[in-house]
Design a binder for this molecule. Structure first.
Ligand SMILES: CC(C)(COP(=O)(O)OP(=O)(O)OC[C@H]1O[C@@H](n2cnc3c(N)ncnc32)[C@H](O)[C@@H]1OP(=O)(O)O)[C@@H](O)C(=O)NCCC(=O)NCCS
Length: 155
C-alpha cells in the first residue's frame, strides 16, 4: 500500500484547497462551469483573508512523491454564546475531499482526525460539519452524530 503524509496547509497551498473544493462541488452538486469558476475566485479570496485572521486553516495529505491526494479545512465560525458554548466560536470542518485515485485508503479519515484533534487541543466543546452523501459513511465512525439543525429555502 502506498504511504501518505499529512501536513498543515500554508497560504501557498490555497490553490490546492480551491481545486479540491471545486472537485467536491462538481461531484456533489454539478453546478455550471461559469458559476463554479466564479465561486473558485471568491473562495480563494475568502480563504486567504480568513487564514490571515487565523480563523481558517487546512490539512493536505500528499503521496510520498508530494502529490496532493486529499484535503480538508477548519473554519472557526462565530456563534452566539449559549450553554456549553462559552467561546463564541465553533470549529466547522469543511471541504473534505479525496482525489478519486486515492479513495478508500483512509485519507479523509486522516484529515478528519487531524482536524478533530486540533479542536480538542484548543479546548472547543464541539465541532460542526455538513455531511455530503459520500461523507456520511466516514463521519459516524469517528463519533459524529446527526442533529436537528433545519433550514428554510426562500425560493
Ligand atoms: C467522502 C470522501 C472525502 C471520502 O474519502 P476517502 O479518503 O475515500 O475516505 P476514507 O478512506 O477515510 O473512508 C472511506 C471508506 O474507505 C474505507 N477505508 C478506510 N481506510 C481504508 C483502508 N486502509 N483500506 C481500505 N478501505 C479503507 C473506510 O472504511 C470507508 O469504507 P466504506 O466506503 O465501506 O464506508 C470522498 O469520497 C470524496 O472526496 N467524495 C466527494 C466529495 C465529498 O463528498 N466530500 C465530503 C464533503 S462532506
Amino acid at each position: 500500500m502506498p504511504s501518505f503524509r499529512i501536513r498543515r496547509a500554508m497560504s501557498k497551498d490555497i490553490d490546492i484547497l480551491v481545486r479540491h473544493r471545486h472537485m467536491m462541488f462538481l461531484e456533489m452538486a454539478r453546478p455550471g462551469k461559469e458559476e463554479l469558476r466564479a465561486l473558485d475566485e471568491s473562495y480563494r479570496a475568502w480563504s486567504r483573508k480568513m487564514m490571515g485572521r487565523r480563523l481558517f486553516h487546512g490539512y493536505i495529505v500528499t503521496t510520498e512523491g508530494g502529490e496532493p491526494a486529499a484535503s480538508g479545512c477548519v473554519w472557526l465560525r462565530d456563534v452566539q454564546p449559549s450553554p456549553g458554548q462559552p467561546a463564541g466560536r465553533i470549529p466547522y470542518i469543511m471541504s473534505v475531499y479525496t482525489d478519486r485515485r486515492f479513495r478508500r485508503n483512509g485519507l479523509a479519515t486522516m484529515v478528519m482526525k487531524e482536524a478533530m484533534e486540533w479542536g480538542r487541543k484548543k479546548g472547543y466543546p464541539r465541532a460542526l460539519l455538513h455531511a455530503s452523501r459520500a461523507g456520511r459513511k466516514v463521519y459516524p465512525r469517528l463519533g459524529w452524530k446527526r442533529t436537528w439543525e433545519m433550514e428554510l429555502a426562500y425560493e
